[in-house]
Structures are given as structure tokens and as C-alpha cells.
Write a protein that binds this ligand. Structure first.
Ligand SMILES: Cc1ncc(COP(=O)(O)O)c(C=O)c1O
Length: 548
């Protein structure tokens, strides 16, 4: 075949995959310049003596180095930095930046990840010196603006979730999950109740059971009903006095809203357990329905998804949590609080203050404060107060959209998903990629590639890779696990009808192409900086070190 990949190259060499030199190409695509340009690191481009900067002549008297910095504080050898001229640095990093597929380049319907447009205004706000240069060790009295922003973000997030108390500590959705399960443990233990199990549906994101295990609980899986929701009978059968919590996302990872949520909440609460909301799918329901009103006790948000923040590649993110009154005493420490003080001095308020809705308080001065006096707290989850830049962007997003705007964003996300689903249900696609659970979806939906595999010999992975050649990032593949050959598609609210149509047309075109010659998709991608990789090998034997 033309586009075979030499797996061995991956193990010893992180460079570009190439075509087999003597194979006859089946498609008339040759190696692109980007593929030929092997990934040389900035260290490999280094030349002794090259510089991007020349220091000006000294205009003060030279002083011996020992007077300026004692020898014990100095390096014995200079650091091994690349020596390179400015234009080469600029080219190097520009070229690298173009090797990545990103949201500013094209449609990115990665289900469950909410890759929506991140307004550029947020970057300007986050880059303001008062935000970007604020030192995390700055005294609270001298960082009132930042604390006010964090406090007001807490209030806004609490409003979105319908729960009154928010902590911004966790740095990712999964970190928020861990916080939530630790809060659950603290809540039960404080009541002298030792519980051992946490329930997760079989549609759950992998981080849910992983979190449960990390927190020292046993994972108990709950089945899915024919409607794509929680199997309530199975839930009832598995909910006993040993269950600490049920972790749920609603809409779930099939993109379906669970209509039985009230019954689910009462089964869980009747057993004395807590109900945890995985908020990764909050983009579907902002301003429409609130987890707190559905009966959830603990919620995490993925600020980097729902509230816009460039993400991917592991961060930075933020996974704040909101909780009900009964969980509040255990929230991480410190908490950002607003206090009113007749003197205006931070130390004037030593008692614990909760983060409720701010009310102007006569002529008293309002100050924002870090409250450490939380005796039942689960403690610190990280250094400092969280990824502040993410807070700034999310705050800017919430203020610029307002309550109505957030609702409209969710409504449009749902509309776009249903439009794209309708387009993909058309003849030519639906025979090969039927929708897994056929009902009105929320912000995303799942197709099954089983028929495509059987009838065209194309796996979901092949379709995903071929989409890259048409300029689209693939959807999430092989998740959720209960759908064979799954494709989880989340178009988001920030895409135009033309883009959605173009995507649907390309899927149809790839299927037509595969009916003629499935080898083309099987060898894809052809146009990307690297060709089809041995992903298992890359995960098991990553090449992450470069000898200097
Ligand atoms: C449903 C769901 N839950 C939890 C998470 C974990 O969030 P994070 O990646 O921020 O840790 C994700 C991430 O993709 C998710 O899709």
C-alpha cells in the first residue's frame, strides 16, 4: 500500500512519517514540504556564538562579579541554552505553531471537549498588567481587584449551577471531581458514616471512575436504559447504605438529557448519599436548567470548556466546584470571601464568612479576603488560588454575554447539534453511521460506525483521519464505550451553518470515496505534518527527551 507507516521510526525518532519509497502511490499525493521538514528542535538549530540580542556598552563603572553575586549563588557552568538569531527563533516557533490543528484554523467538533471559539477580547483582558503580572504571593490587601474578580466569578458560577457556595481551587474538571468526592467523604465521615462505594453510569467519562478509585472508594457501574439514560431499576438495586455518592453528567456523554433526574435524585438522597454533577456538559444547559434545582449537591465546571479558555494538550484549565449548604463546611481552604468592615482592615473580620450574594452594607467598607478559618475543610488542593488567567477569561465571558447571552449560547449549541445530526441522518450517511440513540439531542450526539466497518471496511479511526485531509478536526472517537465504533460530535454554538453543512458534506464524500476505494481513508491522513502514527506505540514508548 502507498501510505504505510514505518512504526519503528516512531520509537527511536520523533520525526515525520514518510511513504514507502518504492511503493506505487494509489493516490496522487506526495510528501508535503511540511512533512519533509523534519521536526528539528531549537537545540539542533543552535550554533555557538549566535545571538538574538547584543547588550549595549556598559555606561556605569564595572564592578567585580563577587561584589554583585556571591560565588555560592552562581552557576559553575553557563546554562545550555540554544544559541540562535532572532529571525530563526521567530521562524522556528511560527512553523511549530502551524503544525498543530487548532480552533483558529478550523472546525473542531471534539465531543465532550467543547472546543468553541475563545473570544479574543479575553486575551486582551487577561494580558492587562494588573492581571498578567500579579504575583500569587501578593498580600490580599494589595490584590483587592483580583480577589473581587474571583469572588464575583464564584457568585456568577453559583447562579449558573443553582448552588450557593463555590470554590475556585481545582485546576481541571477531573481535579474538581476529586475535590467533590473528597467533600463527599468528609461529609459522611463528619456524621460518623463510613461508606465504601460510589456509583457511576456506564456512560461516564473515564475520569469519574478514576477519581473514585483515587479517592479510595469502590466503583460500582450503573447501566443505561433503552432511552440512553440511567437504568433506574439498576440504580435502585445498587443503591444501599454503603453508597457514598452517584456521579452523573446531565446531559450525559451520549448528549442526552436524563428525563428521570428527579427520581434518580430521590433514590440517591433517600439512601443518604450525595449526588455529584460532572459539569463538563454544562454548555448545553446554561441559563436553562440548573443542577442545583435538579437535586445535585456538588457540581464541577470546566471553565476551559463552557466559559471559554484556549485548552487542549493538558491545560491550563480550571474546574471550580459549587456545593449545597450541607457540603459547604468542607470546601477547600482558603475561600475567597467578601467582608464588610467598619474599619476596612482585612484583619478586622476574623470570623468565618461564607461567599453569599454581595449586598452593599450601609457605609461600611467592602473588602475581599482569603478565609483560612475553616476547621472542617478538606484543605488545600493546590498551590496558591488557582489558574487566575482562566478566571479572568471566564469572568470576561460571563460579563460580556450576561445571563441572557449564556442561555442563548446553550440554546444555539443545542440547535447546532440537532441541525448537524439532521444533516448526518440524510441518505448516504445514515446507512453507515446511524445515530446511537435516536432522540432529540442536546449539545452533542453519538453516531455508531459499526455498519461503516461492516459494509465499507472502514473503521471510525479511518474516517477520523481522513477528515483531517479535508481541514476538519475529527470528533471524539471510541467514546462513550458502550457504543461500538463511536463518534461523539459536538459542533458548539460558535460555528456557522455553512461550516456544519461543509462538515456533513465531507462525511458523505468520504463515505462515497470509501465505497469506491476504502484504502484511501485507511491510509489517511496525507496532508498533515505527520502521517498516521502508531498511537499505541507513541503512548507506551513516548520519545520525550532530546539529548543536548
Ligand atoms: C464528561 C467529562 N467529564 C470530565 C472531564 C474531565 O475534565 P478535564 O479534562 O478538565 O479534567 C471531561 C473531559 O473531557 C469530560 O468530557
Amino acid at each position: 500500500m502507498s501510505a504505510a507507516v514505518d512504526d519503528n521510526r516512531l520509537h527511536g525518532d520523533p520525526g515525520i512519517e514518510s511513504f514507502e519509497p518504492d511503493a506505487e502511490p494509489r493516490v496522487s499525493i506526495t510528501e508535503t514540504p511540511m512533512q519533509r521538514d523534519r521536526a528539528r528542535t531549537i537545540f539542533e538549530k543552535s550554533h555557538p556564538g549566535r545571538r538574538a540580542f547584543v547588550a549595549p556598552e556598559l555606561d556605569v563603572d564595572a564592578r567585580p562579579l563577587d561584589e554583585l553575586l556571591p560565588e555560592r549563588m552562581r552557576r559553575s557552568e553557563p546554562p545550555r541554552l540554544p544559541e540562535i538569531a532572532e529571525p530563526e527563533i521567530v521562524r522556528h516557533y511560527n512553523r511549530l505553531s502551524k503544525r498543530n490543528f487548532d480552533l483558529d484554523t478550523g472546525f473542531y467538533p471534539l465531543g465532550s471537549c467543547t472546543m468553541k471559539h475563545n473570544p479574543k477580547l479575553h486575551e486582551r483582558v487577561a494580558a492587562l498588567p494588573g492581571n498578567a503580572r500579579l504575583h500569587p504571593l501578593q498580600d490580599p490587601e494589595r490584590s483587592q481587584g483580583a480577589l473581587q474578580l474571583m469572588y464575583e466569578l464564584q457568585v456568577a458560577l453559583g447562579e449558573v449551577a443553582g448552588l450557593p457556595h463555590v470554590s475556585l481551587h481545582p485546576s481541571a474538571g477531573s481535579h474538581g471531581e476529586l475535590a467533590g468526592v473528597l467533600l463527599t467523604r468528609a461529609y459522611h465521615e463528619d456524621r460518623g458514616d463510613q461508606r465504601t462505594k460510589v456509583l457511576t453510569p456506564d456512560t461516564a467519562h473515564g475520569t469519574n471512575p478514576a477519581t473514585v478509585t483515587m479517592a479510595g472508594y469502590e466503583v460500582v457501574k450503573v447501566g443505561t436504559n433503552a432511552d440512553g439514560g440511567v437504568d433506574v431499576d439498576d440504580l435502585r438495586a445498587k443503591t444501599d447504605g454503603q453508597v457514598a455518592c452517584l456521579m452523573l453528567t446531565n446531559p450525559n456523554t451520549l448528549g442526552l438529557f436524563d428525563r428521570n433526574i428527579e427520581e434518580i435524585a430521590s433514590i440517591v438522597h433517600d439512601a443518604g448519599a450525595t449526588l455529584y454533577y460532572d459539569g463538563a456538559n454544562l454548555n448545553a444547559v446554561m441559563g436553562i436548567s440548573r443542577p442545583g434545582d435538579m437535586g445535585f449537591d456538588i457540581v464541577h465546571y470546566n471553565l476551559h470548556k463552557t466559559f471559554t479558555q484556549p485548552h487542549g494538550g493538558g491545560g491550563p484549565g480550571a474546574g471550580p466546584i459549587a456545593v449545597s449548604d450541607r457540603i459547604e463546611p468542607y470546601l477547600p481552604r482558603p475561600q475567597v470571601v467578601r467582608v464588610t468592615s467598619p474599619t476596612g482592615r482585612a484583619h478586622a473580620t476574623s470570623g468565618r464568612t461564607t461567599s453569599g450574594s454581595p449586598e452593599a452594607n450601609g457605609g461600611d467598607q467592602v473588602i475581599y479576603h482569603l478565609d483560612y478559618d475553616r476547621p472542617k475543610s478538606i484543605g488545600r488542593l493546590r498551590g496558591f488560588q488557582g489558574n487566575y488567567g482562566v478566571f479572568v477569561r471566564s469572568y470576561a465571558y460571563i460579563l460580556s454575554l450576561g445571563g441572557d447571552g449564556l442561555r442563548e449560547a446553550s440554546e444555539t449549541a443545542v440547535l447546532n447539534a440537532n441541525y448537524l445530526l439532521a444533516r448526518l441522518k440524510e441518505k448516504g450517511v445514515a446507512e453507515y453511521l446511524p445515530v446511537a440513540y435516536d432522540r432529540l439531542c442536546m449539545h452533542e450526539f453519538v453516531l455508531s460506525g459499526e455498519a461503516m466497518k461492516k459494509d465499507l471496511g472502514l473503521r471510525t479511526l479511518d474516517l477520523a483521519k481522513r477528515l483531517l485531509d479535508f481541514g476538519f478536526h475529527p470528533p471524539t472517537v471510541y467514546f462513550p464505550l458502550l457504543v461500538d465504533e463511536a463518534l461523539l460530535i459536538e459542533p458548539t454554538e460558535t460555528e456557522t451553518k455553512e461550516t456544519l453543512d461543509a462538515f456533513a458534506d465531507v462525511v458523505a464524500e468520504i463515505l462515497r470515496e470509501a465505497a469506491d476505494d476504502p484504502e484511501i481513508a485507511r491510509g489517511a491522513p496525507y496532508t498533515t505534518p505527520v502521517r498516521r502514527l502508531d498511537e499505541a506505540g507513541a503512548a507506551k514508548r513516548p520519545v520525550i527527551r532530546q539529548a543536548l
